[in-house]
Design a protein around this ligand. Structure first.
Ligand code: BTN
Length: 249
């Protein structure tokens, strides 16, 4: 049972984007840490790089969680992204035991070669500290058909061939997220770093990427402290942030 994650739950019949709603809420007041804004009917779910997050009505989990990771400096914000990705991956692993669950940099959750969940974290920084964070999570649960433009989607139902009870899955996911968040808060950074590294999709393998419009092939060797992807290209190592590289798979 989580102690505070999802305890204050704001359920919306529908909304544009739970991240937008949660950000507005933060501007107006300071909701309790762990407050969740959830809907089963999100109209304009936002993804990373300005993309749209598709979720069929009443099929999946789409929610935004508010944390106050004031113990993190701005330079360490990627460690929150690691903790959250691990929380989602931990939950997926409890259900999908016989397949490979991994984190595709920076924070997409994959089962084998297919994406099951996406995360959009929006932090507010004041001074050099993170003052609040809106953590948007979309997890494909019972949806079995996706628009053709969504690359390699998968859901729990597609993998297990059973329907999932959304409320139960939500509570289990909150528990898993809180466990990783507390690990981070209590300073167990090493465990977070090691688990993230070993969960990294394509680690030590060659992958295809686009950098400044050019196709490159390189080996993924890890992620640095700032959250940049580290690649080995022939004889040199390069680090890229999200704005400078696109992974082709
Ligand atoms: C991605 O994979 O690009 C991130 C997707 C994040 C989607 C979730 S759904 C709940 C929350 N509200 C949003 O508008 N986006 C996030």
């Amino acid at each position: 049972m989580s102690l505070f994650t999802g305890t204050n739950l704001i359920d919306l019949e529908d909304c544009e984007s739970t991240n937008n709603y949660a950000r507005q809420l933060l501007r107006e007041k300071q909701p309790f840490e762990g407050t969740v804004v959830r809907t089963f009917r999100q109209r304009f779910g936002r993804g990373q790089r300005g993309k749209y997050w598709e979720s069929a009505d009443f099929c999946n989990l789409t929610f935004s969680l508010i944390y106050y990771p004031v113990f993190l400096s701005a330079e360490r914000q990627f460690s929150l992204s690691k903790a959250v990705s691990l929380g989602v991956a931990d939950f997926v692993k409890t259900i999908i035991e016989n397949e490979k669950v991994s984190i595709k940099w920076p924070n997409d959750i994959y089962v084998n070669y297919r994406k099951i969940a996406g995360i959009l974290i929006e932090n507010t920084v004041s001074g050099n500290q993170i003052s609040s964070s809106v953590i948007g999570i979309g997890l494909n649960v019972n949806q079995t058909q996706f628009s053709p433009e969504i690359p390699n989607p998968v859901s729990l139902k597609m993998l297990k061939e059973i329907d999932f009870e959304l409320e139960t899955s939500f509570r289990q996911l909150c528990d898993a997220l809180e466990m990783r968040y507390l690990q981070l808060k209590w300073g167990n950074k090493k465990i977070i770093d090691e688990d993230y590294h070993s969960s990294l999709f394509g680690l030590n393998e060659r992958g295809e990427f686009i950098v400044e419009g050019k196709n490159i092939s390189a080996e993924i060797i890890g992620v640095n402290e700032e959250g940049k992807l580290k690649l080995r290209l022939d004889d040199k190592i390069e680090e890229y942030d999200m704005n400078h590289i696109v992974c082709k798979i």
